[in-house]
Ligand binder design. Structure first.
Ligand code: PAF
Length: 274
């Protein structure tokens, strides 16, 4: 696997490589990321991954400084997964000057996670567009675990006519249902044992809707109550339309139940398609 930190070197390395498939990450790779790398292989000739912890998408009181950086272990995993090229820029490589031109996503950036993480999706969209311009892939994969992120990027690609297929990868879960996430490492032993409740509550919503329940607000409130009773502090549990995360107009269109809740100091997000 080739590793490049400079934009110029990466561009040279990618000349004549056929169809390029790109998987951007912030590192601290787990089986969810590796599954995206493996799926990427089926979509093109050259698989490019990136590792960059993007300061722009973290709020002032968020975990940018303590975000786990495990570069050597990540490189080993990527090489084993058959990634051809890793782009791992420093902040000076990617942001040699303050990033003043930004991508301002529409209303979707202010709801759900965006309500609790102001500026987050602006930071994500800006770095992803910049990475797309650097790597110039024909396809890119993003995990469905970050469902709203996937929608923001998919809508950005469509509206800005980016010539890139945006592919969503299924969430990879531990045996007890907890969605794999770099932030799971922040959980204490007892919090880790409690954490799968988030997925169980989302599952209950899905089962109730499948069984004919149409009052999605009632289901959301029941999940919030169950989480609160178990010691969680919930930002939202929401049933939305898959397409644009707008409010459901009935339960027949494809829906998704999404949640963000805090266990101790760790904020977990998850979702389940219905
Ligand atoms: O999902 C992530 O790891 C990040 O948000 C991404 C897409 C790599 C942009 O920094």
């Amino acid at each position: 696997m080739q590793i490049h930190s400079s934009i110029a070197d990466l561009r040279t390395a990618l000349k004549g490589r056929g169809r390029v498939v790109f998987v951007p990450t912030m590192g601290n790779l787990h089986a969810g990321h590796i599954s995206l790398m493996e799926q990427a292989r089926a979509h093109g000739d050259t698989v490019v991954a990136s590792i960059f912890v993007n300061r722009l998408q973290f709020g002032p009181n968020e975990d940018f400084d303590k975000y786990p950086r495990t570069f050597q272990a990540d490189c080993d995993k990527l090489a084993t997964a058959g990634v051809d090229v890793l782009f791992a820029p420093t902040e000076a490589d990617l942001y040699p000057e303050p990033q003043e031109y930004v991508v301002e996503p529409p209303a979707i950036q202010h709801v759900l996670d965006g309500e609790f993480r102001p500026g987050h999706f602006r930071g994500v969209a800006t770095v992803v567009l910049k990475l797309f311009n650097i790597v110039q892939p024909q396809a890119a994969l993003f995990g469905k675990k970050d469902y709203q992120q996937l929608m923001v990027i998919r809508n950005m690609a469509r509206q800005l006519a980016l010539p890139i297929d945006i592919i969503g990868g299924e969430t990879v879960r531990a045996a007890d249902g907890l969605a794999l996430s770099s932030r799971n490492g922040y959980l204490s032993e007892s919090e880790r044992a409690e954490a799968p409740r988030l997925y169980r509550e989302l599952n209950k919503i899905r089962e109730a809707i499948r069984a004919g329940e149409a009052d999605t607000v009632k289901l959301e409130n029941a999940a919030i109550e169950a989480l609160t009773a178990a010691g969680w502090q919930t930002d939202y549990v929401a049933v939305r339309q898959q397409l644009d995360l707008s409010m459901p107009k009935g339960v027949n269109a494809p829906l998704v139940a999404l949640a963000a809740s805090r266990l101790g100091n760790t904020r977990l997000i998850d979702n389940i398609e219905i």
